[in-house]
Design a protein around this ligand. Structure first.
Ligand code: FEO
Length: 387
C-alpha cells in the first residue's frame, strides 16, 4: 500500500489473536503497522508481532524491490511492534537500529544478539536525513511505555505516531462502528492512565504541519485530522466526550437489574441525551471502561457481598482508578437483604478519585425494588437530568 510517493505500508493483519496484550478481546482482529520510507537512504519503521515475521519480511522485500534498508527506526519496544527486531538484524546486519537510550536498554532485555549490532542512539528533537526526507524524533514517554518516541517527516508532513491514534481491529475488515468506538476502547484501555503524557505529545504535535498520521495500529489517517486531534485532546484531558449517563451494574438475582432498568427508562423519559447500561459481569470490561470515560455522569449499582461489594464492581472500580477516572457526576444504588453497605464501600473507594461530584440521592434496595425505591429512582433521575 502506498501512503505517499516514498512511503509504503508493510504491516500485517492478525485474525488469530485471542486476547490482544493478554487481556483485550478484539473481535475484529488487530493490525500491526509498519512502514518504509524509500529515499537515498531507506528507513523502516518498527517491526510486527512475533507470529508475522515472515509475512512482514516479505512485505518489506516487495517494497524494497531489490534494495536494502539503511535504518530500522524503533519507536516502541512493546513486543507487538518489536518482536522481529532480531529477525531483521539477522537478515539486514548492515542496517542501523535507531532508538533512544531506553529503547536499547529494553532491546537488550528482550534479545540476545550475536556480536555487535549497528546502533544509532538519538536524543529528543534530533533529526535524521534520508536524502529528501528529514525525520525528527519526538520522545513521547508513557504513550505507552517510557521509551516511546514518535517521528515527524517534514518532507511529506507525516507523523509516525507509535501507539497514539491507534485502534483495535485489523485493517482488512471494515469496522461497522467507524473509527471512534474501537479507538476509544483502545485509548482508555491502553493509554488511559497516561493522559498528561498524551497531552504533552498533542502539544508537540500542535507545532507541526501534519497531513497524515501513521499509527502502529489501525488505519492511516489522512483526512479530517482535526477531528482525531480534537477527540484525542478530549480523551487525554479526562473531559467527557458526550453528555449522558452510564449505568454500570451487577445483579445476582435480577433485583438490582430491575432498579437499573427503571432508572434507565426514567432517564430516557426525562430527556437525558444518552443512557448507556452495562452489566459488569457479562459485558466486555474495556467497553465498560470506555463508556465510563465517554459520558459525563455514571450510576454504580451493586449488591453488598461478603461485607464488601460484588467482585465485578470492585474490579471495574479498580480499572477506573488505575486510569485516573475523574471529573464526573456519580450516583449510587445498593442492594442488601440484611445489611446493605455497598454504597458506603463504593463511596470509600471513590473518595480516592479526583473531581467527582455525588448527587444527593442514594437508592438502597432491600432485596427487591419497593415503591419507595421507585420514588427514589425518580428523584435520582431528576438529579441526573439537571444541568
Ligand atoms: Fe501497540 Fe504499546 O504497543
Amino acid at each position: 500500500m502506498t501512503i505517499t510517493n516514498d512511503i509504503k505500508y508493510i504491516g500485517v493483519n492478525d485474525h488469530d489473536v485471542d486476547l490482544f496484550e493478554g487481556q483485550y478481546d478484539v473481535p475484529l482482529g488487530m493490525a500491526y503497522n509498519s512502514y518504509v520510507i524509500l529515499d537515498d537512504k531507506i528507513a523502516v519503521f518498527d517491526t510486527v508481532d512475533i507470529h508475522f515475521g515472515e509475512e512482514w519480511l516479505s512485505n518489506l522485500e516487495a517494497a524494497l524491490n531489490g534494495k536494502t534498508p539503511d535504518y530500522l527506526i524503533v519507536q516502541h519496544m512493546e513486543p507487538d511492534h518489536s518482536a522481529n527486531i532480531k529477525t531483521f538484524v539477522d537478515k539486514y546486519p548492515q542496517a542501523e537500529i535507531v532508538g533512544n537510550a531506553k529503547t536499547f536498554q529494553m532491546m537488550d532485555q528482550f534479545f540476545s544478539f550475536e556480536g555487535e549490532t549497528n546502533r544509532k542512539e538519538v536524543k529528543n528533537g534530533e533529526t535524521l536525513s534520508l536524502g529528501k526526507h528529514e525525520l525528527t524524533f519526538v520522545f513521547a514517554p508513557m504513550v505507552h511505555w517510557p521509551e516511546v518516541m514518535v517521528t515527524y517527516d517534514s518532507t511529506d508532513k507525516v507523523l509516525f505516531s507509535a501507539d497514539a491514534f491507534g485502534k483495535f481491529g485489523a485493517n482488512d475488515v471494515e469496522d461497522p462502528e467507524g473509527w471512534a468506538c474501537e479507538a476509544r476502547r483502545y485509548y482508555f484501555g491502553i493509554v488511559g492512565k497516561f493522559g498528561p503524557q498524551a497531552q504533552k505529545l498533542l502539544k508537540a504535535a500542535a507545532d507541526l504541519d501534519i497531513q497524515i498520521i501513521c499509527p502502529l495500529h489501525g488505519p492511516v489517517l489522512s483526512e479530517n485530522l482535526e477531528y482525531y486531534l480534537n477527540i484525542y485532546n478530549t480523551w487525554s484531558s479526562y473531559e467527557p466526550e458526550d453528555e449522558g449517563v452510564l449505568i454500570a451494574y451487577t445483579s445476582v438475582y435480577g433485583n438490582t437489574k430491575k432498579a437499573v432498568e427503571i432508572l434507565a427508562q426514567k432517564l430516557e423519559e426525562k430527556g437525558c441525551p444518552k443512557v448507556a447500561v452495562c452489566d459488569l459481569a457479562r459485558d466486555d470490561w474495556a467497553e465498560n471502561v470506555e463508556d465510563a470515560f465517554r459520558y459525563s455522569k455514571m450510576v454504580l449499582a451493586t449488591t453488598t457481598y461478603n461485607a464488601d461489594i460484588f467482585p465485578f464492581m470492585r474490579e471495574f472500580l479498580d480499572h477506573l482508578k488505575e486510569r485516573s477516572y475523574k471529573n464526573r457526576t456519580i450516583g449510587l444504588i445498593e442492594n442488601g437483604t440484611w445489611a446493605p453497605t455497598a454504597a458506603k464501600t463504593m463511596m470509600k473507594i471513590l473518595e480516592e478519585f479526583k473531581g467527582l461530584t455525588f448527587i444527593d440521592t442514594t437508592v438502597t434496595i432491600r432485596s427487591a425494588v419497593s415503591e419507595e425505591n421507585i420514588a427514589a429512582l425518580d428523584q435520582m433521575a431528576d438529579e441526573l437530568c439537571a444541568k
